[in-house]
Design a protein around this ligand. Structure first.
Ligand code: ADP
Ligand code: MG
Length: 653
C-alpha cells in the first residue's frame, strides 16, 4: 500500500485502490516525497525498475534509506557510502527540477525526472530507456560501420579507377565516356595526345570544338544513332596536334539504363591511317599485278607476230635485191612494224617483262646528258634545272631504261607546265630505315633518289590513282599514249625500286624514283660492239627451238643467211632428243617459255654442260621473273638479223 489515506469512505477507498492498481501497471516508476523527504506515494514499477525489495516501500519511508541501499550495493560506483548518501540527500533537499540519466550496474538505463509539486512535495519519474538507448547505440554503431565501409569502398574505387586510368592510358587508342547530354565524364590520355585536351577536366570538352565543326557535321548522324541506342562504328578524317591529319575509326557503344533510356555512350577511337594506307597500297599493287599479267601476255603474243612480220619483210627486201618499187611498199610496212615493236616494249616494261640489262653505273653523267638532250625540245621560256650532285651516284640499273624513264618524266612535266614553267631534276643518295623503306615496300638500305618536279597543273586524286595504268592519259587524242608512266613504273619495280608521287592541283608535281644504290662501284660493263657480218661460210650446225612455226621460219632464214645449217625442234623435249642424238651442234638458239616439260633454260644448261654446245642463246618475248641478268645471254624478240649476228658473236667462246 503506497498511498497514505486513513479513514476513507468505501466509495473513495475503492477509487483510491483502483488508482493505485492503475499506477502500478504503468511502465514508468514514480515516487512522491514530502518536504522531509519521506515517501508519500509510489508505484510497484518504481520498486521493480530499481530492484528495491517490496518491504522498503511504505508510507513515511525516508528517501535516504533508498539512497543508502543503492550506495551499498554499488549503484553509484565505488567510493565512500556515507559521502554518496550525503551528497545526494543534500541535493534532494533543494527540490530543484532535474532530468538525468543513470546507467545501473546491470546495464539498465534509467531516465530520472524530478519536479516539485507545490503543496504536495516532489515527484520523481523513472523510465527504463535501455531499449531506446540500445537502439540508438546500434544505429550509431551501424552508422560508424557504414561510414568506415564507404571510406573503404571509396579507397578501393579510387584505386581501381587509378588502375583503370593506367590501363586505358596505356592503350594506343582514345577511350571516353559521355552522357546523354554529350557531356564527357571520362577520357583517357589519348585525347591529350591527339587534341591537347585535359583528361582531368572532361566536362568542359566539346567534340564539336576539338574535331572542328565540319568534321563534326559528318559525325553527327552516327552520334544521334548511338544516343538512340544503337552501337555504331564510323570513320573520318581529323586534324590532330601538330597539324597532321589522321584517319580515325570510332566505335560508340550506348549504355542503356534500367528504364531503357540511353544514359550515355562509351567511345573507342583508333588511328587507322596506317591500315588505310597499307590497304590502298595493296589494292594498287594488285591492280598493277593484274594489269601487268594481262599486258604481259598480250605483248608476248604480239612480239611473235611482229617477229614474223619484220623477219619476212626483211627477207623480202633482201630477196628483191634493192628493187625500188618493192622497197616503196616494204619500207613503210617495216617502219610500222617497228613502231608496233616499240609500243610493245613499253607494255613489256610496264609488265616488268622487258629484259633488263642492269649494271653498276654512275648515273650522274647520265642524268646530265638526258638534261642536255631534252633541253632542245623544250619551249624557250621553260626553265630546266638539272642537279645531279658533284659526287658519282652509283646504282645497279639498266641505264638505257633509266634514260627512257627520265625522258618520260621530263616530257610529262613539260606537258603539265605552261611555257614559263620550271622543271627540276635532282638526284641524291639516301639511306632508308626499315620504316621508311616498308612504306615503299622496299628493303632498308641505300637508294639513289631522283626527283623530277614541276610547277605545273598537278594532278587530282582520281588522276593520281590511275597514273600508272597503261593507256591512261588525260591528254588529247594523238598527244598521249598513256604508256609513259606505266613504263616508268614497270622499270622501277623491276629494278627493285619504288616511286613516290606528290602532286597538288595547280601547284605542281614531284615524281621521286628510288633506285637501289651500289655500295661499291663495280666496274661497269662496256657496251657490246657487235660486228654484224661475222658469219661467212659454214658456221656449223644450229639447233633452233621455238613452239611457234612462224617464228622458226623467220629465225631459220636469219640463221641460214648468217651461214648456219639449221635443224629445228618445236618443243624442249624434241630438242633434248636431237641434242642427245646429234653430235657437233655449234649453236643452240632456243625460246625460253615453251609448252611441255623442258623449258629453254633447262635445255640450255643441258646443251652446254652435257653436250658441249659452245654457243647457247636464249630468245624471249619477255623475261620471266628473275632472269633479268640471265646467263646464258637473252635475246629480246623481235630482233633483226644484225642483232642476232652480234649476239651470236658475243656468245662465242
Ligand atoms: P601520257 O603522257 O601519254 O598521257 P603518261 O603515262 O606519261 O601518259 O601519263 C599519264 C597521265 O598522268 C597524263 O596524261 C597526266 O594526266 C598525268 N601526269 C603524268 N605526269 C604528270 C605531271 N608531271 N603533271 C601532271 N600530270 C601528270
Ligand atoms: Mg607521258
Amino acid at each position: 500500500m503506497s498511498l497514505a489515506a486513513p479513514r476513507l469512505s468505501d466509495d473513495r477507498l475503492k477509487r483510491y485502490e483502483s488508482l493505485q492498481a492503475a499506477l502500478d501497471l504503468i511502465d514508468q516508476g514514480f515516487t512522491l516525497i514530502d518536504r522531509e523527504l519521506r515517501f508519500v506515494a509510489w508505484n510497484k514499477t518504481f520498486l521493480r525498475l530499481l530492484d528495491f525489495p517490496p518491504e522498503m516501500g511504505f508510507v513515511g519511508a525516508h528517501f535516504e534509506s533508498f539512497i543508502r541501499y543503492n550506495a551499498q550495493r554499488g549503484d553509484y560506483g565505488d567510493g565512500d557510502v556515507a559521502a554518496h548518501v550525503e551528497e545526494r540527500v543534500r541535493a534532494a533537499r533543494n527540490f530543484e527540477p532535474h532530468d538525468l540519466e543513470r546507467t545501473r550496474p546491470g546495464g539498465v538505463v534509467l531516465r530520472v525526472r524530478g519536479v516539485p509539486v507545490p503543496g504536495h512535495g516532489f515527484v520523481t519519474l523513472y523510465s527504463d530507456i535501455s531499449a531506446q538507448r540500445n537502439a540508438e547505440r546500434q544505429i550509431h554503431e551501424q552508422t560508424l560501420l557504414l561510414e568506415s565501409r564507404v571510406t573503404e569502398r571509396t579507397t578501393e574505387l579510387r584505386r581501381s579507377e587509378a588502375q583503370m586510368r593506367l590501363i586505358t592510358d596505356s592503350i594506343p587508342a582514345l577511350v571516353a565516356y559521355f552522357d546523354h547530354h554529350q557531356v564527357y565524364r571520362y577520357m583517357n590520355r589519348g585525347y591529350r595526345e591527339w587534341f591537347g585536351l585535359d583528361p582531368a577536366n572532361p566536362g568542359v570538352v566539346s567534340a564539336k570544338q576539338y574535331v572542328g565543326a565540319a568534321t563534326y557535321a559528318g559525325i553527327q548522324p552516327h552520334l544521334a544513332r548511338a544516343l538512340a541506342g544503337e552501337a555504331v562504328s564510323f570513320e573520318y578524317e581529323t586534324a590532330v596536334l601538330g597539324g597532321a591529319h589522321v584517319t580515325a575509326r570510332t566505335t560508340l557503344i550506348p549504355e542503356i539504363s534500367a528504364d531503357g533510356t540511353v544514359a550515355g555512350c562509351f567511345e573507342l577511337t583508333f588511328d587507322i591511317s596506317e591500315q588505310k594506307r597499307a590497304h590502298a597500297m595493296l589494292v594498287q599493287a594488285q591492280k598493277m599485278e593484274a594489269l601487268g599479267q594481262l599486258t604481259g601476255g598480250l605483248a608476248h603474243d604480239f612480239n611473235n607476230i611482229l617477229t614474223v612480220i619484220l623477219g619476212n619483210l626483211d627477207a623480202l627486201a633482201r630477196a628483191c635485191g634493192g628493187d625500188a618499187t618493192v622497197a616503196e611498199f616494204v619500207e613503210p610496212a617495216a617502219e610500222a612494224a617497228r613502231r608496233g615493236a616499240d609500243l610493245i616494249k613499253g607494255l613489256l616494261s610496264f609488265a616488268r617483262k622487258h629484259p633488263l640489262e642492269a649494271q653498276a653505273a654512275d648515273v650522274a653523267p647520265l642524268i646530265a646528258s638526258v638534261g642536255r638532250m631534252v633541253r632542245r625540245s623544250l619551249p624557250e621560256g621553260l626553265q630546266l634545272d638539272v642537279a645531279a650532285g658533284g659526287a658519282p651516284l652509283w646504282a645497279w640499273i639498266d641505264t638505257h631504261q633509266l634514260q627512257n624513264a627520265l625522258l618520260n618524266l621530263i616530257l610529262n612535266a613539260r606537258d603539265a607546265t605552261s611555257a614559263k614553267g620550271r622543271i627540276a631534276v635532282h638526284a641524291s643518295m639516301h639511306v632508308l630505315d626499315s620504316v621508311e623503306a616498308a612504306a615503299r615496300q622496299l628493303e632498308a638500305g641505300s637508294y639513289l633518289r631522283i626527283d623530277v618536279s614541276d610547277n605545273g597543273s598537278g594532278m587530282d586524286d582520281a588522276t593520281q590513282a590511275r597514273v600508272f595504268e597503261p593507256f591512261f592519259t588525260t591528254k588529247p587524242h594523238g598527244l598521249g599514249t598513256g604508256l609513259g608512266m606505266a613504263m616508268v613504273y614497270g622499270f622501277v619495280k623491276q629494278s627493285g625500286g619504288a616511286i613516290d608521287i606528290r602532286s597538288k592541283v595547280d601547284q605542281g608535281t614531284t615524281v621521286s624514283l628510288w633506285l637501289p644504290a651500289c655500295d661499291i662501284a663495280i666496274a661497269p660493263i662496256g657496251p657490246m660492239d657487235g660486228g654484224p657480218d661475222a658469219a661467212q661460210g659454214d658456221l656449223g650446225l644450229a639447233l633452233l627451238v621455238d613452239d611457234d612455226p612462224a617464228v622458226r621460219q623467220v629465225v631459220r632464214r636469219h640463221l641460214l643467211d648468217l651461214g648456219f645449217v639449221v635443224i629445228e625442234a618445236e618443243s624442249g623435249d624434241e630438242a633434248m632428243q636431237i641434242l642427245e642424238q646429234t653430235p657437233g651442234i655449234a649453236l643452240l638458239l632456243t625460246d625460253v617459255v615453251m609448252p611441255g616439260g623442258v623449258d629453254g633454260r633447262v635445255l640450255a644448261a643441258h646443251a652446254r654442260e652435257r653436250c658441249g654446245v659452245q654457243r647457247v642463246l636464249l630468245m624471249s618475248g619477255y623475261a620471266p621473273d628473275g632472269v633479268a641478268a640471265a646467263e646464258p645471254p637473252l635475246l629480246a624478240k623481235p630482233f633483226t638479223r644484225t642483232e642476232l649476228a652480234s649476239r651470236i658473236e658475243a656468245a662465242s667462246p
